[in-house]
Ligand binder design. Sequence first.
Ligand code: ADP
Ligand code: ZN
Ligand code: ZN
Length: 723
Amino acid sequence: MPLIARIALNRPLRRLFDYIIPEDLELTPGQRVRIPFGRQQATGLVVEVGVEPPPGIKLKPLSSAIEEWPALPQETFKLLSWASDYYQHPLGECLFTALPPALRRGRIAEEKTEQWWHTRDHTATLPAKAHKQKALFDWLRQHPRGAPTKDILQAGFSRAQLNALREKQLIEPILPPRPNSLEQDSELDARRPELSAAQALAAEELAVPDEGFGVSLLYGITGSGKTEIYLHYLKEHLNARDQALVLVPEINLTPQTVARFQHYFGSRIVVWHSALNDGERLTTWLKVRNGEPVILVGTRSAVLLPFTNLRTIIVDEEHDSSYKQGEGFRYSGRDLAVYRAHQNNCPIILGSATPSLESVHNAEQAKYHLVRLEERAGNAAPPDISLLDIRSRPLEGGLSRPALTAIEQTLTKGEQALVFVNRRGFAPVMMCFDCGHMVECPRCDTRLTYHRRDRAMRCHHCDYQMAATEHCPKCHSDAFKPVGQGTERTEDILASAFPDTPVVRVDRDSTQRKGSIQGILKQVNSGKPCVLVGTQMLAKGHDFPNVTLVVVVNADGGLFSVDFRAPEQLIQTLLQVSGRAGRGTKPGKVLVQTCHSDHPLLRTLCEGRYLDIADQLLKEREEGQFPPFRAMAIFRAEADTMEKSLQVLDTIKPLTNAAGIETWGPLPAMIARRADKHRAQLVLNARNRKKLNQLLTGICQELDQRKLPAGTKWMIDVDPQET
Ligand code: ADP
Ligand code: ZN
Ligand code: ZN
């Protein structure tokens, strides 16, 4: 009897496909194959080998194996299979997510080796006129290991100059050096971060690779030097052949962090993030797959890379919501990292100044080991946070007089100030003061944000935009004005209040161009007086030693939200943004503008003790029977009318009937219409995660068999971040 292979395809199908294995072929799970599929050839991944063929079905043979080795090694394969089951996402799509785009399309897993160059004759003389060639020759001479063409071009030289030197036999092409040989750099080996006494104590408590699996929750206040601890830990515990994974929320925003890792580990550091091109992805992916001893610093999807010798995992800013994938395969990078550490029998460190309530709860349950680091590194002290009630104060660009005075004093002292606004653009809405009309997005249930720099009104939930008008589109009155605060407006006010000081805006609009964030960081790190204005982006991990004042324009957004996660997120953002103040030698001050200065949550914020706040919030979660005390999943539906969306969920609801499982809804989503899709949701809340998982598996299989009305779609989100 012929052997059968069960194959997964990169399609949203909860089923696999059986093919006959040709006689001369040996296959293992995780291997890529080519198969006839319909009238085409498709790329598939082997899931199982040697299964019984289903009776009465005539199977086709698969065409060929793309490589002889499994693209997904066993451990990665198991991780993804587990994730597919846990998040109820089709196995094929989960597996293919772990391949670089080139390999998903079936390309052969070979990298184009990069061309490197080095100098041959160190005493060569060039004609006096060949300035540029001489410069290139000298430049290369300063790189004794050689340099890749890419770097040479980036340094401002041309291919013509390269070729000229080559013809003169002054330089020659070489193979790129292997990382292993670079690692023998004794200078790098000798570099070791020096820990303070408090840091050393914390570092001692972390789980170590020799003891197998263990989760350490490193609660270190902002500026306590967590990165220093990670670096020290890797130096201490990583052998020359080991691989390590360091997950970070958004790498592009914190090039400094990568530079700090490179300072200690040189080319052993490789990065992984969304801005890499296909070629770079393939190269890095192959390094990881080949077991090279990399320390990979990457964003969410790095947790899916095919490590073969993973010795330790670090998740920085573990509370960050960007670890959860918001569409398609909706996994949590942090949670998968914990699972992966378990599966690999290696330690994992979850670090944060504001750990997620899930992780705090796990620490309280003694599943994680809590390590506290409650003093700042160097001589820095925690910032002094105070509330500034703005109920009866006149505001300019959202800023009160006391806030402007505080900024002025900061600048006079030669220091820097940071102003946090939670909305980009000029103003969140344009409103007519005659007829009350507010401009809404024609495709979403939201208002258009006014962007004055581009004279446009934009929807931040879909791509819609229109030209800004001076008159009310409805009654043509000219009493048509921006209402509320955006970063652009605050920037303008600050620029006119402090005409002699640079005002630097940091938000998604101002950092769109490649490299622009680097320019901004450079300016801030010069230490000269300036005012930074920006969104969330400014709250993330930056180390600005000369920022001594942080002003939060408005803290009230999350206070009265219906989302059960809103208070947690508000406190995390406020503490993180506050944490940018006073990280150097000078003390930091934080002013939080609010209309609710007596709100208990904001009052506890001023004391700055996050774990106490977390405890309080956890009590509320327990009373409300929310995660982490319950397991949650959401069925979401989308359709061209709300009625259809609700109908889809109405048909799902009876399937959710089970003991210990509560169902809420179906109800329209918070933003019910988005990009012309009407969205609804059905929330499942369960005492027992395992039971919920089993129920969901059954429902999803059942739904796959059913035919939905045209134009409708359903999705499942396990451990949702957005409710
Ligand atoms: P965190 O990530 O905990 O907010 P960082 O790792 O960014 O903190 O460190 C904050 C600042 O303190 C950085 O400028 C870092 O270089 C400095 N720092 C950290 N540890 C030490 C130390 N042991 N001695 C002196 N400076 C330190
Ligand atoms: Zn009007
Ligand atoms: Zn819209």
